[in-house]
Design a protein around this ligand. Structure first.
Ligand SMILES: Nc1ncnc2c1ncn2[C@@H]1O[C@H](COP(=O)(O)OP(=O)(O)O)[C@@H](O)[C@H]1O
Ligand SMILES: [Mg+2]
Length: 491
């Protein structure tokens, strides 16, 4: 062991010159280096500060105001240098006093080479171990104290906390001191709904079961609800009995909120998809009924009329009365016109032809006119002309949004005035539809059954657009949709 400390520098504090010289000779013989000899406490402190020796050999009884024990304490505290006492007599009082200083050992006078050597080695070894321990402790302390997660150690016997890092302030609102004063404080703040779950898992943990991950809700000191995730390890005593629980607690509120939002969105989209399926079936049913009931019947009547004329003409061709024939044919002609109108209406309902032919603005004007006629709700339009470039898919979507919004206004708003605006600004087409009705609540917008609204949003998002709603209760509702225009193609 000596080898390691060979270059060790030692300061000798001894007021008896001969002994001091003797010690110096001994340590040199042992291979250490002397940084000098001083004979009183003041000089010892001064020299230690200047020379920064690796060890001080300190006579306990020194002449002057300050004795060796006090000097040792100052040197050790100020410069972190280990001190080994030199003592001539094993005076009990003196030895007891050294207990309160950080003593690294004694060498008894008269001196013996081997005593000196082993005392120095032991002192340096101890100093080294202590430093390593201090470093490890500091590192551990830094890590836990700077962690964002709460770290704790709790006794399973009396549920008192042995350690809680300061992240507890952020996570629970309570300070480490609160935890030290109130054993099992966490259980106090667990929300009632989660108490059973928390206690059950704590019991399993205390019984030594591996309970890795539990999640529960607490009431933060501020009154807010928080979701926490706790990962625990059980520390057992030498007899194998669970003694302490060490845990890391993370605030997972944000994650839980996202999960909830995701669940809601999924549920909404599922409902919307169902709604689309049903709408398609309803539409087919409606069209088939319309074709069957209206066109089918009209065509049957028409067929009967024609066959009546044919029969009459076939039986008595010579008697065929041109005048009567013209009358019958005119009737048939009118019936065909009627059928044509019905077919047109069915086709227009399916897809307004004006949209393909004249564009979105014209289609909106046409639809607004129909809406006003049907509902007696005044429907004004302020539309930019159709000079923008918007693919047919997007145009249909915008048109469907107008239709759905007007239907909603007629069904829910109680409004008597509507304004539809269409603007072409910086590559965006902006549609706003406002009514002066009763307004809409956030709850109505968000609820899962609001599929008309979900549909509009989805249509807008599908084309990289935005959908928004603004409303004041009793005053107005305004829907805004923005979709990016297609880049202009030069012709
Ligand atoms: N213009 C409006 N004024 C007032 N309330 C409205 C308006 N538009 C929609 N709402 C409310 O929003 C809800 C959701 O609309 P929507 O998703 O189209 O579903 P639905 O029309 O089938 O009820 C309606 O039930 C209604 O309460
Ligand atoms: Mg609706």
């Amino acid at each position: 062991m000596n080898l390691i400390f060979r270059s060790l520098k030692i300061l000798i504090v001894e007021d008896e010159k001969i002994i001091a010289k003797d010690i110096e000779a001994t340590i040199k013989r042992l291979g250490y280096e002397s940084v000098g000899i001083v004979s009183n406490a003041e000089d010892a402190i001064k020299k230690a500060g200047e020379m920064k020796p690796g060890l001080v050999l300190m006579d306990i009884t020194l002449k002057g105001g300050t004795d060796g024990v006090e000097a040792a304490k100052i040197i050790n505290d100020t410069f972190d240098i280990p001190v080994v006492y030199l003592t001539a007599h094993q005076d009990e009082d003196t030895v007891e006093r050294t207990m309160f200083t950080n003593s690294y050992g004694f060498i008894t006078k008269p001196l013996d080479d081997r005593d000196i050597n082993s005392a120095i080695s032991a002192a340096i070894y101890r100093y080294d171990v202590e430093n390593k321990l201090k470093e490890a402790e500091e590192r551990y302390f830094r890590l836990t104290e700077n962690a964002m997660d709460m770290i704790l150690s709790q006794s399973l016997e009396d549920l008192a906390y042995n350690y809680v890092n300061r992240a507890c302030i952020n996570i629970t609102g309570y300070a480490p001191a609160d935890f030290y004063l109130r054993p099992n404080l966490i259980e106090e703040i667990v929300k009632p709904d989660w108490m059973e779950h928390y206690k059950r898992n704590f019991r399993r943990l205390a019984a030594g079961e591996a309970v890795n991950d539990i999640e529960f809700m607490i009431r933060h000191k501020s009154g807010e609800d928080r979701w926490l995730n706790q990962r625990s390890t059980i520390v057992k005593n030498s007899a194998g009995k669970p003694q302490t629980v060490e845990a890391i607690i993370t605030n997972v509120t944000q994650r839980r909120l996202y999960e909830k939002k995701l669940e809601e969105t999924t549920e909404k989209l599922r409902a919307y998809s169902n709604h689309l399926q049903k709408a398609r079936e309803d539409e087919r049913y409606f069209i088939s009924r319309e074709i069957h009931d209206q066109l089918g019947q009209d065509l049957t009547v028409l067929k009967m009329d024609i066959s009546f004329i044919r029969k009459k003409a076939a039986k008595q061709p010579e008697k065929a009365n041109t005048e009567e024939l013209v009358k019958e044919l005119t009737k048939i002609n009118l019936a065909i016109d009627d059928i044509i109108n019905k077919v047109r209406k069915i086709a227009t309902d399916l897809r307004p032809n004006v949209l393909d032919k004249l564009g979105l603005s014209e289609a909106i004007v046409w639809h607004a006119g129909e809406f006003e006629k049907r509902t007696k709700i005044k429907c004004d339009t302020d539309l930019c002309d159709d000079g923008f470039s918007l693919g047919i898919e997007k145009s249909i979507s915008m048109f469907r949004i107008v239709q759905e919004t007007l239907t909603n206004i007629a069904r829910h708003s109680g409004a008597d005035k509507v304004l539809i605006k269409l603007e072409n600004i910086n590559g965006w087409l902006i549609l706003t539809i406002s009514d002066n009705g009763k307004g809409i609540t956030n709850e109505e917008i968000e609820r899962t059954s609001s599929l008309g609204i979900v549909g509009m949003k989805e249509r807008a998002l599908l084309f990289g657009g935005l959908w928004g709603i603004e409303s004041e209760m009793g005053k107005f509702t305004k829907i805004e949709v923005k979709v990016p225009l297609d880049p202009k193609v030069d012709s």
